[in-house]
Structures are given as C-alpha cells and as structure tokens.
Design a binder for this molecule. Structure first.
Ligand code: ADP
Ligand code: SF4
Ligand code: MG
Length: 355
C-alpha cells in the first residue's frame, strides 16, 4: 500500500538574523502515515515537532529531504497544486487561527474562498462541516470571543475539515483546554476519523493524550526521531533511553503509580546551534559509551516498524521487561476522568505497515 504521507530524511535549519549560526531544528526525520492512521509525534518543547508539521504543510521550505503525498513529491512549494486542501492544520490556540473581528461562519469557510469555491458550494460545505463537529447554525453569526475554548477548537476543526482533507496536522490541539473539553475534542477527532478515514499527525508533549489517540508514535529529541513504532508497544516497552526518560517524567495522578525506571536523564539539552557529532543524548545518558560520543547510532528496524537509534537498545529492553506502568497510569487516568473514549482500532495490515 502506498503511504498517504512519506517523509524521508527531512532536515530544516534556520538562520538567525545578524549571526552566521544555524539552528538545526530538524535533523534527518523519516516516517510514513497510512490512510486512516494517527501518528503521535511527541517530544519536549523545542524538539522540532512544529517545524516538521510546518514543512509537511508547505508553510516552511525543507532544507533537505523529501516529502511525498500519495506518492507525489511535494517537497517544494511549487509542486503542491494537487495536494491543496488535502492537508490541513489545527492549531493549539484556536484563537490563533480565528480573526476576532470575523464571524465564525466566515472563518470556517475561509479555506474554500482561498480555493475559489463558488458561494453556494461553500454554503453546503459549511453546513456539512459544522454538522460534523457538532456546532449549531445559530453559532455561525457569533464572534470567537463569544464561544468557549472547546467551541473555538470545534470551529478550528470545522475550518480544517471543510476542504475534506485526507491528512490533518494537529499541533497540540488539546493543550490549551480543560480536561472535559480535551476529552470532548479527542472523542470528536476519533469520531471524524472513524467516519471519514482522515489521517492525523498528532503533535503533542502530552503523552497521555498521545497514548489514547495514536496508532503509532514517534519520539523526537533535538530534531531527530529517536524511536518510533506501534504506540501500545513503545509506551509499554520503550527501548530508547530518551523514550524511557520521557515516560518516567510523566506527572502521574496517583504518586503510587510512579513509573519506575533505571534510566534518569541528567544534564542540559545540547544547543541546536552546536549539536554533538555522535548520539545527541550522549551528554545526558547513563548508558553512554565512548562509541556513542564518536558515532551517530544508525536506525535499526526491530520489526513491525519499530525503529530505534541507540547502540544499547537491547540492554534498555532488558532493563524492565514486564512493568507496563504507563498502561496502569492510563487506566487510573481513565477512572478519574471517566470521560475518555475507547482506544482507536485499526486493521492490522495498516497498523503494521511502515516506511
Ligand atoms: N523561525 C525560527 N527561527 C529560528 N529558530 C526557530 C524558528 N522556529 C523554530 N526554531 C527553533 O527550532 C527548534 C524547534 O522548534 P519547534 O519546531 O517549535 O519545536 P517544538 O514544536 O517541538 O516545541 C527550537 O530550537 C526553536 O527555537
Ligand atoms: S547511543 Fe549511547 S548515548 Fe545514545 S542513547 Fe544509546 S546508549 Fe545512550
Ligand atoms: Mg510546537
């Protein structure tokens, strides 16, 4: 099966005005997203998640690498004509994408104006789109400030869905919401995916949400995906020291369920202006060897699309092979909130396919 989206060896660096220094924000990222699949992209702030999303959407030009949509090379902005409207973005802050002086209805149909749709067709799509996200027609004349944050995010989703996209990049779509609104938006996104088969790149630093919505997950550190694979597997048994460290840093609602791990990451994150020559985690990793400082660990495919960059992943896997405390944490969170939807199901062929 051809992947819906295929990102291969993506690099993006930024120049800093008044300086010759380069910020190396994305450093050789490769992944694929299948039709109807959600890939969760996790990592701390500054790891390059938003930059990856913006390169995919053509809002930034990649420095190197390729981006293919349905097999067609769209790396350069000029080649994007056929993918226009097929990929959309939902922001963290719904207010960011909504003009405060513009009525909701007008904001939602704006992407169709840009695509030069006739007004009667825009009206039909507008009604379809608000129906999909559960907004009522009388809300179309309101201004963004008259809506709750959850309703504003529904507007953001309606605006993205109005072009009937095949892929939606969701950049921290629930991070600004309270737990109830967050659960409602997650449920909405899963229902849309179930009904329409839309693929999602779900960018978040919130691991518990990512665990719920993602079929597969990719863990980013300093512009690299250090581990990717089936979400249930990576969360239950991460094999990269950084993934283990990230999971152990999750704030658990019940302190008795603290994720216990033999890996504690110490020290400062290196600057993306001055990256080390070997493994980017070498200065913080308790398992570091001299080899890690000298050489970048290559990607290793452990099967089923589970890919890791670490010379010592086998030892990490052997550290604590049975404790799946993170799943216990999820169950606890589900019990406390009592509102999360069921986990996504995907047929096994799609779930196992990989770039
Ligand atoms: N326009 C820009 N100019 C210079 N540096 C940038 C720019 N955008 C992002 N960066 C830098 O690139 C790195 C990755 O940023 P970003 O993609 O926003 O990370 P994330 O979304 O994971 O928080 C950070 O070091 C950030 O400061
Ligand atoms: S390659 Fe070495 S330094 Fe890098 S994560 Fe693995 S053990 Fe740690
Ligand atoms: Mg970001």
């Amino acid at each position: 099966m051809t992947a819906l989206l295929e990102v291969s060896g993506l690099y993006k660096s930024f120049t800093i005005s008044g300086s010759r220094a380069l910020v190396q924000a994305v450093n050789g990222v490769s992944f694929a997203i299948q039709p109807g699949e959600t890939l969760g992209l996790v990592g701390e702030s500054g790891s390059g998640k938003t930059t990856v999303g913006r390169c995919i959407l053509g809002l930034l030009d990649a420095t190197d690498g390729s981006i293919r949509f349905r097999g067609q090379d769209i790396t350069l902005g000029g080649r994007r004509s056929k993918s226009r409207g097929k990929m959309q973005l939902v922001f963290q802050e719904p207010a960011e994408s909504l003009d405060p002086r513009q009525r909701i209805g007008r904001s939602i149909e704006e992407p169709l104006v840009a695509l030069k749709f006739a007004s009667n067709e825009r009206q039909d799509r507008l009604l379809e789109s608000i129906g999909l996200v559960g907004l009522s027609e009388d809300m179309l004349n309101l201004y963004p400030a008259e809506l709750s944050a959850g309703q504003q995010q529904r507007v953001g989703i309606a605006r993205a869905m109005i072009t009937r996209p095949e892929l939606v990049v969701l950049d921290e779509p629930t991070s600004a919401l309270d737990p109830t609104a967050r659960a409602e938006i997650i449920e909405l996104l899963q229902r849309i995916q179930g009904e329409l088969g839309t693929s999602y790149l779900f960018i978040s630093h919130d691991l518990s949400t990512v665990r719920f919505v993602s079929h597969r997950v990719a863990v980013m550190y300093l512009g690299m995906i250090v581990e990717q694979g089936d979400a249930a597997k990576v969360f239950a048994q991460p094999v990269h020291p950084y993934s283990v460290g990230l999971l152990s840093a999750v704030l658990l609602p019940n302190p008795k369920l603290k994720y216990e791990t033999a890996i504690n990451l110490q020290g400062e994150i290196p600057s993306p202006i001055n990256l080390p020559k070997g493994c980017f985690l070498a200065s913080r990793c308790p398992l570091v060897l001299q080899r890690c400082r000298d050489e970048m660990p290559p990607p290793e495919n452990l099967g089923g699309g589970h890919i890791v960059h670490c010379f010592r992943h086998q030892e990490v896997a052997a550290l604590d092979p049975t404790t799946d405390t993170f799943t216990r944490f999820q169950e606890e969170a589900k019990r406390i909130l009592g509102v999360f939807p069921v986990e996504p199901q995907l047929d096994s062929a799609a779930a196992q396919s990989e770039n």
